[in-house]
Design a binder for this molecule. Sequence first.
Ligand code: NAI
Length: 311
Amino acid sequence: MAENKLKLEDLLGGFQRAEEDERIDYVAIIGGGLMGQGIAQTIGAAGLDALIVELDELKVEESKGLITENMEREIARWAMTQSEMKSILSRLKWTTDINDVVECDLIIEAVDENYDLKKSIFKQIDKIAQPNTIFISNTSTLSLTKIAEVTSRKDKIIGMHFLNPVPKVPLVELVRALDTSDKTVNIIKKFAAKIGKTAVEVYEYPGFVTTRAIVPLLNEAMHILLEGIATAKDIDTAMKLGYNFKMGPLEMADSMGLDEVLGWMETLWATLGEPRYRPSPILRKYVRERKLGKKTGEGFFKYDEDGKIIY
Ligand code: NAI
């Protein structure tokens, strides 16, 4: 009997230790751009702390400024209170020193869509982070299996493909790479639920579900514009009213960032070889001109300081 009790206590202690191992209270986000800001705000709103790593002080200030502006816009729309914003900001910290991620329970990478950059970051954090820490990438199109190869923890690499604007989109795609373990998937499923997202599990494949399905539509809208069939405004109005879309495809591309959209198309075109992913020349033209959409104030449309289209 005494022996059985001991075993039960051992078992319970074991569960407790396992739960402590899996606790996620402090999350590092590498890259404080459009997606990094949205992920940070979402994590802060869920009552967890986040550390955002950026390249330099200028980028840190830009990231802080934009996340604050975004929440101020929500307050102006009565969608958030001052005290909610204060509480979220009090949970966020910024740094330019990647070594600080050592203190975090989970690391989310959200830098530009570029293999070499992502690989160099995963290689670096593999040396810095605790051995049990799970690494997440927010990549839209790149292979996590290839990114995982540069680490010594292939079972702890997983994709969490958040969509823009992260605080408002309730979905996240959980992307399994070749060696991602079931334990990692389960921990991250719980984390997704904790930050208010519904997770769909997808296997690694260029573009997963959401990017792969939306890219041809965005590309087609760009071809229609280039061929002079309708104006940008009319293309978007047609799709909004005709198919009950909240946002037209050209405004959607602008809000995603035209450089990011071009990057996704190039990867899908190169990996799947289907002409429907070949980027429209008008997209390349805008990116060359650094008209990157909402984030630069101009893309297919022009935007005011509040991010509203100026017609
Ligand atoms: P972004 O260009 O707005 O932000 C990237 C940020 O990473 C920049 O602020 C840059 O300074 C920072 N950065 C670059 N190198 C760094 C380094 N070594 N250390 C720390 N920070 C560094 O790009 P965005 O749109 O936020 O995209 C990030 C990732 O999320 C990409 O992989 C993209 O494919 C993915 N994604 C983007 C979506 C969108 O709608 N824009 C939707 C879903 C995923």
